[in-house]
Structure formats: structure tokens, C-alpha cells
Design a protein around this ligand. Structure first.
Ligand code: F6P
Length: 492
């Protein structure tokens, strides 16, 4: 994809040279408007990228994903999160549907009072077992009658903070772990049980719902089979919010909202599956990602939700993109030819403008910026708040691109800095589902262009293993001097 390395047209030149640029690089899907025209994608680059996609077997890889074939070769399994949205191998779709019916029965039972009065949910999980559900509830849960708190960190302070606003007598504890072996989650489950016990709750275990792909481990932990919701082994943690992992969202927002979330994602699935070349928006976005990482040497990309409700989006995307594509070898174990995932980071607009945008406008590193904004607001303040908010997002994109010449070097803006914009008609379960599915498919498309497996994450294992060995009192002499000294100084 080196087609464009010599020909460094500026954004301004690209707009002048390509009168149809905006219409070619903007698309509307499922209530979301995507504008990639302020990136350096030009037709020559897109054509070369399409050829690269063909060479890398994009169509076959996508078919494999949507037919439920093995797309995670290192673990020899398909990626079945799309089956939760109705695509994939028919048996996987049937299984996902049956499991969803069980999940619905449990949600109905809670609503019907089977657990007595329920006013709060304590959702325990880490990584993919919390980031998705937390994003959903934080984005859409304002009208919920339930107080939903999320607990992930092993830090006892996190436990104290999470339970503070909850009434132990009327709280349900939802423990989510694909493996049901994750140290943080099991420790926090014990802490939550202790909290219920100390508050005098009768049968604390009976207030527990487990969500896992390993029900045998949840049974071993003493959780009754009737309160275990299972999801498939092929559903990766960071792709799992569509399964029973989303039960806290379904409890907080109601079943219809959960179904709408899946429908929004299914609409994006159809777009990704049946559109080709530059008309396929997740693929087009992946082309731009490759351009910046490979041809322009960008080591990070920044995402700013210009909407308070999307403040957790960068955290969710960090796991999705960095855990999926932060790899150095191809699916066959060879060193990968190109730099892979950049660092994903970001924040919330307009706050971020007053903190990090200085570097984006005048710093020496080039960071492609993504703006995510919502056309309709739902807050109760004067409409001018929302107008200012969204105008600020667009103003930043324009400023990054235009720059400003000045005789005073301190006050000059180089401009020609890229941004992409996603504008949602409104923020509801359907559009949020479509947005998240867009990011999933973009991540997959990047992986195919690179020839890597986005569905494993062996890089997280070593640190966990050393922590386990240390906590079990492994011989510290085997450690380096620095780590030994730190352990000693901390009194551990
Ligand atoms: O350590 C990384 C990881 O394995 C993630 O991939 C996963 O989402 C998270 O830990 C939690 O794992 P589990 O759902 O099995 O508790």
C-alpha cells in the first residue's frame, strides 16, 4: 500500500482535485453518517488498498467470519459474536437464540419479582466482561430505575466505591467472566458476597447471577445452575456484549432495548457483509488506518466523543482495537510486514479541547483524530448547549485541516491534519449497536489487511502468570533486581 508515499497531496489539494470527494467518502448507514473526506485517502490509494484487500483474501475472510468458519486459527475456533446478531453458521445462530431466550426468561423473572425488590445491580467483570456493558449502561441508562455499578479492579478501593451507592438488601450481583477463572473477578465476587453477608442478607449466593462460557467453573464456585447464563466459547470477551454478557444492560434498560441493540448491529453486519471496496465503510476506515500507521508513521489514533454519554467509548475501543490487533506476527507465526495497531486513546469533547488538542494542532506527531457526535440531544438544558457542543466538534475538524498561516511561528497552525467524523442521528440502542459493530468490523478489516488474527490475546498471559507466581510465594531470586527491590520496598 505504498502507492501514496511519494505523492503527498494535502487535504486542501485533495478537495480541490476531487470535486466528488465528499460524496465518495461519506456514507449513511443505520442512522449513522460517516465522513472520511478529511483524511488523505485518495482514489489511487483506495484502488491500491482494494488490490491489497484482494491479495490478502478479504472476501474469503469475511465469508469465513459470516459462515462460522474458523477465523481464530491459534485457538482453532470461529468468532461467533455475529451469531448473537443472527448471522453465521445456522447451528451457532440457533444456539445463540436459545441462550438469549434463557437470558430473557431471567430478565423477565427479575422484573416479575422473583428476586424480591431489586433496586440495584453490581456488575462484576474485567476487560471484555465489563467494558462493553459499562459503555452501554453509561451511554443509555439514564432513564433506568436501577442503580447499576461496575466493579472490575482488584483494588479494594474499587469495591468500596462500587457498593457505596447500592442497597445490599435489594442489589443483584451479576458476575461476568468468560473463563470464570479470572483472579480479579473471583476476588471481587467474594468481596461482594462478604458485603451482602455483613449486611445481614439472607442467602447472599442466591443474589448472584453468573454469566460465563465455562458454566462448570461457575457451578464449582457454588452458583446454582438456574442462575448461570451461558455464552459461546467462540464469543471473544471484547466482542461479547451482544450475548448474556449484556444482561446488566437488559435489566437496566429492558428487553426491547437489548433487542434493538442487536438489530442495529445486524444492520451494520449486513452493510459490512454485502458492500465492497470503498463503499464498505468499515473497510474504508481500515484503509485510512493503514495509510496513517504505515505510510505516515502514526503510532496513535485519537477518538473524541462529543457527547457526555459516549465518554467511555475510548476505553471500550482501547480493548477492542489494541487487544485484537496489537500483534507482531501473522496468523502463520511469521513477523508481520507492517506496523499493526496504533495506540488508541481519546477523551470527551469539549473537555479535551482544553487539555490535549494543543498537541493535535501544533505538536510534532501526527495523530489522526476521530470525532463522534450525535445530532439530537436528550438533555434538559437549553438547546444552545448541544448546538455549541456539536459545532465545536466540527470546528476542530475544520481547524485541523485548514490550519492558519502566521508570520509569528508560535501562532501558526500547520493544518493538513486528518480527521474522520461519525454523526449519529440520535443515541439509542439501535445506533449504538450499529456504531459498536462498525468498530468491530473495522478492527477485523485491519487484521485481514495485515494478515493477523484479531481474535486471540496471548500477550496478556505472561504478566498474569508472574503475578500469580509471586502471590503464591514463588522464589523471588529468579526475578530481576529492580522487581525484587520494588517488592521489598512495598513490603509485599
Ligand atoms: O486479560 C485479558 C482478558 O483475557 C480479556 O481478553 C478478557 O476480556 C478479560 O481478560 C476477562 O476475562 P474473563 O471474561 O475470562 O474473566
Amino acid at each position: 500500500m505504498a502507492a501514496n508515499t511519494k505523492q503527498l497531496a494535502t487535504l486542501d489539494e485533495l478537495f480541490r482535485a476531487e470535486p466528488d470527494r465528499l460524496s465518495r467518502l461519506s456514507h449513511e448507514i443505520a442512522g449513522l453518517y460517516f465522513d472520511w473526506s478529511k483524511t488523505h485517502l485518495d482514489q489511487a490509494f483506495i484502488d491500491a488498498a482494494i488490490q491489497r484487500a484482494e491479495k490478502m483474501g478479504f472476501a474469503a475472510a469475511r465469508d469465513a467470519l459470516f459462515s462460522g468458519a474458523v477465523v481464530n486459527p491459534s485457538e482453532n475456533r470461529p468468532a461467533t459474536h455475529i451469531a448473537e446478531r443472527g448471522s453465521g453458521a445456522p447451528d451457532e445462530v440457533d444456539l445463540a437464540t436459545a441462550r438469549r431466550q434463557r437470558m430473557r426468561a431471567l430478565v423477565d423473572a427479575v422484573e416479575a419479582g422473583a428476586f424480591g425488590d431489586v433496586t440495584g445491580i453490581l456488575h462484576i467483570g474485567i476487560g471484555g466482561s465489563v467494558l462493553g456493558p459499562h459503555l452501554l449502561v453509561d451511554a443509555l441508562g439514564r432513564a433506568s430505575k436501577l442503580e447499576v455499578r461496575f466493579l472490575s479492579n482488584i483494588d479494594g478501593q474499587a469495591v468500596d466505591d462500587a457498593v457505596k451507592a447500592l442497597d445490599p438488601a435489594t442489589t443483584l450481583v451479576v458476575v461476568v467472566s468468560k473463563t470464570f477463572t479470572t483472579a480479579e473477578t473471583l476476588a471481587n465476587m467474594e468481596a461482594a458476597l462478604g458485603w451482602l453477608r455483613e449486611a445481614g442478607v439472607e442467602d447472599p449466593e442466591g443474589r448472584l447471577i453468573a454469566v460465563t462460557a465455562a458454566p462448570e467453573n461457575a457451578l464449582d464456585a457454588g452458583i446454582d445452575e438456574t442462575r448461570i447464563l451461558q455464552f459461546g466459547e467462540g464469543v471473544g470477551g471484547r466482542y461479547s456484549l451482544w450475548s448474556a454478557v449484556g444482561v446488566s444492560f437488559a435489566l437496566a434498560l429492558g428487553w426491547d432495548a437489548f433487542e434493538e441493540l442487536l438489530e442495529g448491529a445486524a444492520e451494520m453486519d449486513r452493510h459490512f457483509r454485502f458492500s465492497d471496496g470503498g463503499a464498505n465503510v468499515p473497510l474504508l476506515a481500515a484503509f485510512a488506518d493503514r495509510l496513517y500507521v504505515e505510510d505516515r508513521g502514526c503510532q496513535s489514533r485519537a477518538v473524541f466523543g462529543y457527547d457526555e454519554r459516549l465518554r467511555l467509548l475510548p476505553f471500550y475501543l482501547q480493548q477492542l482495537e489494541m487487544e485484537s490487533n496489537g500483534k507482531s506476527v501473522t496468523t502463520t507465526g511469521k513477523p508481520v510486514d507492517h506496523p499493526t495497531a496504533p495506540v488508541t486513546w481519546g477523551g470527551t469533547g469539549t473537555d479535551a479541547q482544553h487539555a490535549v488538542f494543543q498537541l493535535l494542532h501544533q505538536g510534532t506527531v501526527l495523530v489522526p483524530v476521530e470525532f463522534v457526535a450525535v445530532r439530537e440531544s436528550e438533555d434538559t438544558q437549553a438547546p444552545e448547549h448541544h448546538r455549541q457542543l456539536v459545532l465545536n466538534a466540527f470546528a476542530q475538524g475544520a481547524a485541523l485541516m485548514q490550519g492558519r498561516a502566521s508570520d509569528d511561528a508560535q501562532r501558526a497552525y500547520p493544518g493538513n491534519r486528518p480527521s474522520s467524523t461519525i454523526l449519529l442521528d440520535r443515541l439509542d440502542p439501535r445506533t449504538l449497536g450499529a456504531l459498536i459493530a462498525f468498530y468491530e468490523h473495522r478492527t477485523f478489516a485491519n487484521a485481514v489487511l495485515l494478515g493477523i488474527n484479531p481474535f486471540d490475546q496471548f500477550g496478556v498471559e505472561l504478566g498474569k502468570q508472574i503475578a500469580r507466581q509471586l502471590s503464591e510465594g514463588a522464589d523471588e531470586d529468579a526475578l530481576d533486581a529492580s522487581t525484587r527491590a520494588l517488592i521489598e520496598r512495598a513490603g509485599l
